[in-house]
Design a binder for this molecule. Structure first.
Ligand SMILES: [Zn+2]
Length: 261
């Protein structure tokens, strides 16, 4: 049963309205905080641009080492492990089952997908090259599953919130694995991704364009294009802000219907 009043808080329009209320100084502060978190791991970078480039090089090094890659045989165990970490974080006791497939048949630039209709995750095979990225992508897609089965939002209309949510859960899972395995690459991935998205969000207009078309041409609408292009970075900015204000329990509260703005 869809609790529409609860879900309405998370609609794109409402989310963009909330984002517009975040003062620019606060956004700068979030960028600075994540820059400093990255700097602890990558001290040589002097500014944001250098930081993103340096981290990218470190992560390429990881992917060039074939011994570091995730073996296909280990995928089921890692998936079980990531599910347990995310379920625990979200206070999700028993939920609907989700399947995971690693495939070559995804567009090169797509790391992973969650297929709502069949409750399945597809991960691009190339992601196996990086254990840190692999766990992050699995956690991201799995949190879409938790959202879809726990709150049942129809994805269209909620993309910004759900992508921000998924990125926040993935970041938290990567931090968990980073501590557990004493592997700074996990953290580096999580912080660098957030920093990159925050920099992009800072440059994005904080207002959905007014609709220019109605009817079937809506797909060409500026609004749809705006949301499609910015859903990850705006969602990330929203959750970097919410998490800093209210703490890491925010993801559980949202899924357990304890959240209000
Ligand atoms: Zn996603």
């Amino acid at each position: 049963m869809v609790d529409s009043a609860y879900l309405d808080q998370f609609r794109n329009e409402e989310v963009v309205r909330r984002l517009a209320k975040i003062p620019p100084a606060r956004i700068d502060e979030l960028v600075k905080n994540y820059f400093l978190l990255c700097k602890e791991l990558c001290p040589r970078a002097k500014n944001e641009e250098e930081m993103l480039i340096d981290i990218e090089f470190d992560l390429w090094d990881e992917q060039r080492d074939p011994k570091a890659a995730v073996s296909k045989n280990d995928v089921p165990d890692i998936f079980t492990e990531v599910q347990a970490v995310v379920d625990q974080m979200l206070g999700r006791v028993r939920g609907e089952r989700c399947n995971l497939y690693v495939t070559q048949h995804l567009l090169q630039e797509i790391d992973g997908l969650y297929l709502r209709g069949v409750r399945a995750i597809k991960i691009n095979e190339r992601v196996l090259a990086s254990p840190a990225n692999f766990r992050g992508v699995v956690a991201h897609e799995y949190s879409h599953h938790c959202f879809a089965t726990g709150l049942q939002s129809p994805y269209s209309g909620f993309q910004i919130f759900e992508e921000g949510y998924a990125n926040g859960v993935a970041r938290a899972a990567q931090l968990y694995f980073s501590e557990r395995d004493q592997n700074p690459l996990f953290k580096k991935r999580a912080f660098a991704r957030t920093l990159g998205q925050l920099i992009k969000a800072r440059a994005a207009p904080q207002k959905i364009p007014e609709p220019r078309y109605t009817g079937p041409a809506a797909i060409l609408d500026d609004r749809a294009a705006y949301i499609a292009q910015n859903r990850h970075c705006l969602g990330n900015m929203l959750f970097a802000h919410l998490e800093a204000e209210r703490g890491p329990d925010i993801y559980r509260q949202i899924l357990q219907r304890e959240f209000t703005w």
